[in-house]
Design a protein around this ligand. Structure first.
Ligand code: CTP
Length: 438
């Protein structure tokens, strides 16, 4: 017999009240309408691992859409739904989302004289999932609130720190699970189980990665590159042949590894110091993963990931800007003035600036980039377009040009205070009028 465990107290201790409230309300509703309701998946996994996770996934053994509408009404939220997938999401007034899915009863017809059996539908629902650690449910009906539902040895695998699939066709059903396995392995510092590892290797031999759409591939890759331990995940993908399967030009080499390792350091430095502007971390790592690939060959990679025309343009611009700025800054022999550093780096998106900093081995250049990130780019000036208007300058491109010149002069300490900056602008305007008159 299954050992039954109730984690009600663990939940009461670890979860915020508002989450408990939602679960209790949903459980009471389920009892009222005579169905069973469960909270499932990553949420349950993370409660047991004592990690915070506020993504609520409910499964009910009745019409999930009707259930969601009722829950929305009771909690003053609103419900959105997908008729086709029998799923819904309830959005509560504070923005909290609650996903609701339907577990259908499945009837299995046995041949000949044996009767049709009704399998518990939560079991079928859990069986369709990716890994045992994600296939736990907690019953939330009041009569058994907190009862853990573990059909597949999930608790054992959590304890053994093992990533294991539920059945042999898991990766065939959904090859993104190959990347998910690696992601969970690195995130929790678990190990992919032996059988599961063999199934991944088989899936790669069968070229299942090729069957993944660019959209889903991009989605998984971004998630991996946005997590901690990026280098370890990338090394694992490389070791198993996932990167090569995505595109042979993406295989890892030592230059790329070194830059990715350095980027990991810089990312924590950057996020400790500055919250703004938020940067697309994954793009920075993606630059490193494609290091050394020519502009022409990059098109194959953009194609594989199905970048949209605008994503493609943005990425091409990012690579070009890095190439241009890195070329300038690497060739520097003598000391750079602050204005020169600023002029070199300001056209480069921040993702590229961090990449330049990670790639260089020269301490002096690292210092320049750091100076740019921590101070130069943030320096403000004491004059604005309003002042130029007051000085009688016709609106046009000269506005930003002159203001930029004020900034450059200020960075080098040539202008002190607003009066000197106004005088500087007056001189500029006078000069421009002279050349126009000539
Ligand atoms: N799932 C699956 N196969 C996939 C994606 C998801 O079986 N390819 C299941 C898993 O059971 C997972 C649940 O759907 O727990 C929700 O998916 P998702 O939100 O992506 O995963 P989480 O486990 O919540 O992961 P994270 O902590 O990264 O949000």
């Amino acid at each position: 017999k299954k050992q039954e465990r109730n984690i009600r107290n663990i939940m009461r201790n670890r979860l915020p009240n508002k989450i408990l409230d939602i679960l209790e309300t949903a459980g009471e509703m389920a009892a009222e309408i005579g169905t069973e309701a469960y909270v499932v998946g990553g949420f349950v996994r993370d409660v047991l691992l004592t990690k915070s996770n506020l993504d609520l996934d409910l499964v009910v053994e009745s019409d999930g859409i009707a259930f969601a509408k009722k829950l929305a009404k009771r909690m003053d939220g609103r419900a959105k739904y997908h008729r086709k997938f029998k799923t819904a999401v309830v959005i509560l007034p504070d923005g909290q989302r609650v996903d609701v899915a339907t577990a259908r009863l499945e009837y299995y017809e046995y041949p000949a004289a044996l009767p049709t059996v009704e399998l518990s539908s939560i079991k079928m629902d859990l069986y369709r999932r990716d890994f045992t650690i994600n296939a736990l449910a907690v019953h939330i009906n009041p009569s058994s609130f907190g009862k853990l539902v573990d059909f597949f040895g999930s608790q054992r695998d959590l304890k053994d720190k093992t990533i294991r699939v539920l059945h042999a066709l898991s990766f065939v059903e959904d090859p993104t699970r190959i990347m998910r396995a690696i992601r969970f392995e690195q995130r929790f510092d678990f190990k992919i189980g032996g059988q599961t590892l063999n199934l991944i290797k088989n899936a790669l031999k069968l070229n299942l990665i090729n069957k993944l759409s660019g959209y889903r591939l991009t989605h998984e890759m971004r998630i991996i590159l946005n997590e901690a331990n990026v280098l370890r995940s990338i090394e694992r993908m490389n070791e198993l042949g996932v990167l090569e399967a995505i595109h042979p030009l993406m295989e890892l080499n030592s230059a790329r590894s070194q830059v990715i390792a350095e980027l990991e350091r810089l990312m924590s430095w950057y996020s400790l110091l500055y919250l703004e502007p938020p940067l697309s971390v994954w793009k920075t790592y993606f630059l490193a993963m494609c290091m050394g690939v020519s502009k022409a060959k990059m098109e194959q990679i953009y194609d594989r990931f199905s970048f949209s025309p605008s994503e493609r343009r943005e990425f091409i611009h990012l690579r070009d800007a890095v190439f241009w700025a890195a070329g300038n800054i690497m060739n520097i022999k003598q000391e750079m003035k602050p204005s020169e550093i600023y002029e070199t780096l300001s056209p480069v998106p921040l993702e590229g600036v961090l990449f330049i900093m990670a790639r260089t081995k020269r301490e002096m250049i690292k210092k320049y980039v750091s100076q740019y990130l921590t101070s130069l780019r943030l320096k403000t000036i004491d004059v604005t377009g309003e002042d130029l208007k007051d000085l009688g300058l016709e609106p046009g491109p000269l506005y930003s040009e002159f203001l930029n010149q004020v900034k450059l002069a200020c960075l080098d300490g040539k202008l002190k205070g607003r009066d000197e900056q106004i005088q500087f602008l007056k001189d500029k305007i006078k000069k421009s009028e002279k050349t126009k008159g000539a």
